[in-house]
Design a binder for this molecule. Sequence first.
Ligand SMILES: [Zn+2]
Length: 413
Amino acid sequence: MEDENDNNKLKRKKKHTTQLYKDVLNTQWPIIYTPEYNISFMGLEKLHPFDSAKWGRVFEFLKGSTVFYHIYNYNVEAQMVRDDTIIKPLEATEEDLNFVHSKTYLNSLKWSWNVAGITEVPPVALLPNFVVQKKVLRPFRYQTGGTILAGKLALDRGWCINIGGGFHHCSAERGGGFCAYADITLSIKFLFEKVEGVSKVMIVDLDAHQGNGHERDFMNDNRVYIMDVYNRGIYPHDGFAKRAIKRKIELQHFTDDDVYLDLVRRHIEGALNEFKPDIIVYNAGTDILDGDPLGNLSITPQGIIERDQIVFQKARTRGIPIFMVTSGGYLKQTARIIADSILNLKTLGLISWDEAEFAPLPEEISLPRSQSDGGLFAKMKRACISRSSTQDFNQINNDISPTSPDKPQIENG
Ligand SMILES: [Zn+2]
């Protein structure tokens, strides 16, 4: 019986083709986001201590933030990303999810009370399931699609950031802790099955909580090396899953920057000395932030930015492709911190993509070269204002940007 099930599973996987590995333009950053990520339903999201529009706010901060460049002795500034220079993922289909999740598990999500348990928002149990599917599970399926695509893009481009995802409490057979789909497991299994040359993966899980979902899924799988740094005194206390961790660092409540960053630095170095992965999956939860009621640690915003920098530095200097997912982080200020961290990686040259950075605006592409000013001048028109006139620059950019009507009100920084 067991063998038959295994055979069926194997056949199903062999047959499976996915649209999630979509073609992307060279003028797009390997940064993945779509507005579909965000959860909003009749105010119920306020019942969970979770900024359910975090993903959108990270993107808006990145869009509104200014990065400085130095070209031909001019100081040039430009937005890091635009609507047309990020990658919008597709929604993971039932068939995609079935690559890891059993039909039984996926069917269990058709009962609202099960989803209420997974999301820890009890009133969700009272909603008709079609509402739960549309307002809660669909955003998660888009984020899962994003994580799956991120794995492939990181191999193509060296790095990738999914502004969502990181549902590390969900395993193939069980959801929990706000995680309904095992996006990390899915992304890795897609790579193993569909991309040539990937046989060793390292998961670096630095969310405040233990990543018991992927740990259960990769128990006894020597192709996957798991390093997990988490607060031992909080959810999920999953002793069985801990057996899958190759490098386990358990923190006490209120661990501070000095202790934490030293541990991260030493252990990621140690991990990479004993295992040479083809790719690193970085689960970059920000619930380690001081004051987070669920993480119970005492890391400053600067500490989080430095942590991400350490991880990217270690991966990039060794030439190992890396992709990051944002995972937990439940306070309003975490969106700003995630955006600042990405900008910091950019400023340090730990992430870059020239073709996206200097991509012409869509309306410039449609104009003949003589009218669009072409080449460097177009870039300058778009972005070249001296460092002292940020406001003028923003005004010009608002005037010429196709996305200006819905520009958020945010401060640069
Ligand atoms: Zn967490």
